[in-house]
Write a protein that binds this ligand. Structure first.
Ligand SMILES: [Zn+2]
Length: 70
């Protein structure tokens, strides 16, 4: 009898996790969209933490920064 209760509880918990993940992902997407920068060199989008700043502009990678540097 209690086995059915556990299965039911696990099912509810699984649905809860699914819903929470969906909501969590949406929040993360919003956050990352706000922090996205466009590379001045290749036009790629990247987050502030991944970017490289040079001469007051932001680049997606050291490679792009070096292209501008020459
Ligand atoms: Zn780039």
């Amino acid at each position: 009898m209690w086995f059915k209760v556990i299965v039911f509880a696990v099912a509810i918990f699984g649905i809860y996790l699914l819903l929470r993940n969906k909501l969590g992902l949406n929040e993360q997407k919003k956050e990352s969209a706000q922090n996205l920068l466009e590379c001045e060199e290749c036009g790629a989008y990247f987050t502030k933490d991944d970017g490289v700043r040079f001469g007051g502009k932001s680049y997606c990678s050291k490679e792009c920064r070096d292209k501008v540097k020459g």
